[in-house]
Design a binder for this molecule. Structure first.
Ligand code: ADE
Ligand code: ZN
Length: 322
């Protein structure tokens, strides 16, 4: 048994087709455009984002979000995961017309319920949506800076990284950093090394979501290793989205061997037919990692987690005791 931790998962993207279908019944919505034969359907990244938004649209109250977080974390805990950090998007709350605070309180309620039941620890990372532009990122940052929540400990950005330059998106991250939040951003997934380099230069994160296309530039790989930037790798997601054509050609092991700190994560698990457990299995089967090496990856995630030092020490003690 390998103890696991996850630091990159989008909560709306973690809703299973079965849960989305039951929400669709609750709200009388037809989801046949996004779910067929019990699975999400999309063809490329742009379509994936539409499918993601279609699923997110069915979570419309604090109770819905509590159910989503509790279900996700309970399932994660059953696969020996002791810590989860997931992305939230106050823009999604705005899109469905519920107050940001209801959205956050619902998710926090789900976290507390799952922790009480299973012992799993969790934190939230607020995000701006890159394709919505600098104003979206600034709005999300200002909201969490002005309405701090003890379980929101990080700030990040998802969405289409082919749009907008990090230089223009950086001001929102400065607001979040000044509020004491840990900083991460998606880069080097759909776009190449320049997106990672520009993110490091302008956004100055301690972690990068994906970052796996950094492999195309050896100087950048060295920089990631030298600066101790942690990559939130999601190999199953990358194969589904055709970032790499096979696990054999995935950059995970080359990055690790070059001294870059890498972790394993599920991203949007049911959309990519994965789970955190499957990502660890990919680590073992496709990348040849031993249980001890997988445990080191969990340790890297805990070292990089956006938590207070007492919580980090308690989590690492649980890992050490296992
Ligand atoms: N939002 C949800 N999943 C994402 C991904 N894999 N990349 C960028 N933004 C996302
Ligand atoms: Zn992601």
């Amino acid at each position: 048994m390998v103890i696991k931790a996850e630091i990159h998962c989008h909560i709306e993207g973690a809703a299973s087709p079965a849960l989305v279908q039951s929400q669709a019944v609750k709200y009388g919505v037809d989801v046949s455009g996004i779910i067929q034969d019990g699975a999400f359907v999309w063809s490329d990244f742009t379509e994936f984002l539409k499918c993601y938004d279609g699923a997110a649209d069915l979570f419309r109250s604090a109770e819905d979000y509590a159910l989503l977080a509790e279900s996700y974390l309970t399932e994660l805990s059953a696969s020996d995961c002791i810590y989860s950090e997931f992305f939230i998007s106050t823009d999604h709350a705005r899109m469905i017309g519920i107050p940001e605070q209801d959205y956050i309180d619902g998710l926090a309620h789900g976290i507390t319920a799952a922790r009480t039941k299973t012992g799993i620890e969790a934190r939230m990372i607020a995000t701006g949506l890159r394709h919505e532009g600098p104003a979206s990122v600034m709005r999300a940052a200002q909201y969490v800076a002005e309405n701090p929540h003890p379980l929101i400990t990080g700030f990040g950005m998802g969405g289409d990284e082919r749009m907008h330059h990090p230089k223009d998106l950086a001001p929102g991250f400065e607001v979040a950093r000044a509020a004491g939040l840990g900083i991460t951003t998606h880069a080097g997934e759909l776009d190449g090394p320049s997106s990672v380099r520009d993110s490091l230069d302008y956004i100055k994160p301690s972690r990068i979501g994906h970052g796996v296309r950094a492999i195309e530039d050896p100087d950048l790989v060295k920089r990631l290793a030298d600066e101790g930037i942690v990559l939130e790798c999601c190999p199953g997601s990358n194969i589904s989205l055709n970032v790499f054509d096979s696990f054999a050609n995935h950059s995970f092991m080359a990055l690790r061997e070059a001294g870059v700190q890498v972790t394993l994560n599920s991203d949007d698990p049911p959309h990519f037919h994965t789970s955190l457990a499957r990502e660890y299995e990919i680590g073992a089967r496709e990348f040849g990692l031993s249980d001890a090496e997988l445990t080191e990856i969990t340790r890297t995630a805990l070292d990089a987690a956006f938590v207070d030092e007492d919580t980090r020490a308690a989590l690492k003690a649980r890992l050490g005791a296992a």
